[in-house]
Design a protein around this ligand. Sequence first.
Ligand SMILES: C[C@@](CO)(OP(=O)(O)O)[C@H](O)COP(=O)(O)OP(=O)(O)OC[C@H]1O[C@@H](n2ccc(N)nc2=O)[C@H](O)[C@@H]1O
Ligand SMILES: Nc1ncnc2c1ncn2[C@@H]1O[C@H](COP(=O)(O)OP(=O)(O)O)[C@@H](O)[C@H]1O
Length: 300
Amino acid sequence: MNSVTVRVPAKVNLQLAVGPLRDDGYHDLVNVFHAVSIFDEVTATAETGMSVRVEGESADQVPGDRDNLAIKAALALAGHAGRSYGVHLFIRKSIPVAGGMAGGSADAAAALVACNELWGLGLPLEDLMEIAADLGSDVPFALLGGTAVGTGRGERLTPLDVAGTFHWVFALADGGLSTATVYAECDRLRQATGERVAWPQAAEPLLAALREGNAEILGTELRNDLQPAAVMLRGSLARTLDAGREHGALGSLVSGSGPTCAFLARSEAHAGELAASLKDAGVARDVITAHGPVPGPVIV
Ligand SMILES: C[C@@](CO)(OP(=O)(O)O)[C@H](O)COP(=O)(O)OP(=O)(O)OC[C@H]1O[C@@H](n2ccc(N)nc2=O)[C@H](O)[C@@H]1O
Ligand SMILES: Nc1ncnc2c1ncn2[C@@H]1O[C@H](COP(=O)(O)OP(=O)(O)O)[C@@H](O)[C@H]1O
């Protein structure tokens, strides 16, 4: 086999409860991840060295060298296998870059799956999960897909049962936000306001809404502790979130560290109407619809 292509989804965080800052610079979280139908595609082709080419959505903002998370993933996998394998990775991006939808983590997860297959390693998911956790807090979920609760820094996962399908609208922003900067701004705001930082807890009503497939309740339970920080760093997001509510979204929130905003719709048709209204309102660079949960990386 000379070439393997893997399709991998983006995520939105349905609940992101951020605990106190740890000594290692990370925060303990309760992170309810939900994979949605916006996909990157990573093609791994046998080659002697390691190289990457990126095309598509904001490709010019993605590193074309060993800083690319997909290349880091391939190197980590080769290191784990104890061999100096080579690969060329071609990434076709649709997931917004630095948008809070974990596109880099998705590409890393896809590269792990693709290279595991290309190099005939046959490593089980547990081994790939361990490599993933070293690459980034979101990479283990990107390997899993579906809907799951992440604890620790987000890398310890428990899959959740979800009934049915939820329909989403995503408002894409101009330019990204750095994840580290948004966490730092969250700490700064908490210090400035003297907020007592509680140990993060999963919200039972949110988990129940997922189990029952109840979009109305899920809409009211969406929470992101990073949202005030993202809005502080990018004031225009307040207007985008308001527009979603004004046009009938069941719920709205910043996705992860932002700046993408997510809106929950009643149905696929409602998502289409909401997307059209948000486009007309001119509150986003682009507006797209998607559904979730969807499975993790799939070899195509
Ligand atoms: C916020 C979230 C929500 O899912 O993702 P994005 O919305 O950016 O995609 C994640 O917590 C991001 O995960 P990921 O992007 O993998 O972060 P990492 O590479 O592990 O860490 C980047 C930086 O984010 C901060 N960080 C990350 C995870 C965590 N639990 N606490 C943190 O404080 C740290 O400053 C760290 O240096
Ligand atoms: N394959 C990749 N795709 C996207 N970004 C990448 C990739 N590899 C490295 N990066 C870097 O990671 C940063 C965060 O990217 P991304 O995962 O898209 O955003 P977020 O962490 O907000 O979900 C980008 O600014 C980019 O410089």
